[in-house]
Design a binder for this molecule. Structure first.
Ligand code: FAD
Length: 440
């Protein structure tokens, strides 16, 4: 069977890997690099080459499908489990947030508020099923359980930096899912996972398997149409040419899928149109010195700067792996009207550097060796109240059309590489089963 996969992110590559031994797989990727949200830069410092993700990435011990795939690819020796120190920058001051004792020293909250926050976290950890919280707004739920001060001084700035103007509409299910992951630190404290050499090794290994088994991966190639006739997939259009195939797995953003299927996916059409995605403008800076001398990896920010987090990769991974200090400065944005999308790249980076100078008195632009900016509009679904009803099925309806990606059930209520690997596998399995039934 001839299978076309739209997108070379982890969902597309995982599906391609599962199918390539028994089918002819072609992956089309509109970008110049493979990997989608987990794509990497290939950089060089003093003659030493290294890969680093365009968007910061780490994983959790609970990411079982991803870890099993890394093992299956023979890459488990590259897995490192390291401490990544967190802090919260509020109105000019850094508050470490790694241990319960440190959190109890978060002075923007009163002692009573800290107790309410502690009870809220304990309560969240006892919640097994987040689905019933999907219809409740996170804001209302926090106000009702922990009160106004905990919401305004702790959660609201974090949610604002993640979802901008949409923050007040985010579902409690998302918040609960997020807090559950981050508060499950085990006995030895939270250890985050990273592949030495970068997650590019996994992307590369999957791509190698696909091509070694006769498949193809074509970058810089956008699928502009999916041709469906008599309720069955007939092929796709790329570069104006019709390419016949028996099945398509789409990993593209739902609104893109709606457009390339001409809005003809029956019941799904309205849902595809209604799923909102947000963008991310993430700068990567190569520095001559460490930015966060206190060793922080991840700094959430409540301050008047145009970004929501600073992530110092080389306070997480050893500096020696790169020979220079690597820092991400990042912000989500909500639509194409945002200055983070409309401004020239150098202006976005310039505004980020201005913000860093304001926040870190010892930092100067002279410390910056180089900068890069990765900006995409399609980086995450916005998990609004009621989102659960919009989670897309793996089977899109017409015979031979399958869906896997950040919009799948395995990526609810928080998208991750693990969720996309799982989605890719589920779509591949469904496709294989249906093909078996049809060929009987
Ligand atoms: C800023 C940021 C930080 C993240 N951090 C983490 C983290 O720390 N840990 C973690 O586990 N996850 C993290 N994630 C999430 C993780 O990267 C994603 O969930 C996962 O990589 C998505 O994979 P995917 O294949 O589902 O989608 P994508 O990676 O979005 O792949 C879809 C691909 O389809 C391509 N495409 C779209 N339309 C077309 C078309 N018409 N024709 C051809 N190609 C097309 C796109 O270019 C893209 O490459 C992060 C994501 C972002 C944005």
């Amino acid at each position: 069977m001839k299978i076309v996969i739209i997108g070379s992110g982890l969902a597309g590559l995982s599906a391609g890997y599962r199918l390539c031994k028994s089918h002819k797989v072609t992956v089309f990727e509109k970008d110049s690099d493979m990997g989608g949200m987990s794509a990497s830069y290939s950089l060089e410092n003093s003659g030493k080459k290294y890969f680093i993700e365009k968007y910061y990435h780490h994983i959790f011990r609970s990411d079982s499908e991803l870890l099993a795939l890394i093992k299956e690819m023979g890459l488990e020796k590259q897995m490192l489990w390291l401490e990544g120190k967190n802090a919260y920058f509020v109105d000019g001051k850094n508050y470490p947030m790694n241990t319960p004792v440190e959190i109890l020293r978060f002075s923007p909250l009163s002692t009573l508020d800290l107790i309410k926050l502690g009870i809220l976290v304990l309560r969240i950890r006892l919640i097994k099923d987040t689905a019933p919280y999907d219809r409740i707004k996170a804001k209302d739920w926090i106000l009702g359980t922990a009160g106004k001060s905990v919401y305004e001084n702790f959660f609201a700035p974090l949610m604002k930096s993640k979802f901008g103007d949409n923050a007040e509409n985010i579902s409690a299910a998302w918040l609960i899912g997020r807090v559950k992951i981050r508060s499950d630190r085990g006995k030895e404290g939270e250890k985050l996972g990273y592949m030495q050499g970068g997650f590019n090794s996994l992307v590369g290994a999957l791509a190698w398997e696909i091509t070694a088994n006769g498949g193809e991966i074509k970058t810089n190639t956008e699928v502009t149409e999916v041709i469906i006739k008599d309720n069955a997939v007939k092929g796709v259009v790329v570069n104006g040419d019709f390419i016949a195939c028996d099945a398509v797995i789409s990993t593209a953003e739902p609104a893109v899928l709606d457009s390339i299927t001409g809005g003809k996916l029956g019941n799904l059409h309205d849902i595809l149109k209604s799923i909102r995605y947000q963008g991310t403008a993430c700068a990567l800076l190569g520095l001559n010195r460490s930015l966060m001398k206190d060793g922080n990896y991840w700094l959430n920010i409540k301050a008047n700067v145009p970004f929501g987090a600073v992530i110092e990769h080389t306070n997480f991974l050893p500096f020696e792996d790169y020979g220079e200090n690597l820092v991400y400065v990042t912000s989500y944005f909500q639509d194409r009207k945002s200055p983070l999308w409309t401004q020239k790249e150098e202006d976005v980076v310039g505004s980020y550097l201005d913000g860093l100078e304001k926040m870190f008195p010892g930092f100067s632009r002279k410390d910056v060796r180089w900068t890069k900016l990765y900006r995409r509009i399609d980086t995450a679904p916005v998990y609004e109240q009621g989102y659960l009803e919009k989670v897309l099925p793996f089977d899109a309806g017409p015979s031979g059309l399958y869906l896997a990606g950040m919009f799948s059930s395995s990526n609810y209520p928080e998208r991750s590489m693990n969720g996309s690997v799982k989605a890719g596998f589920e779509a591949a399995e469904l496709l294989s089963k249906e093909k078996e039934v049809r060929s009987r």
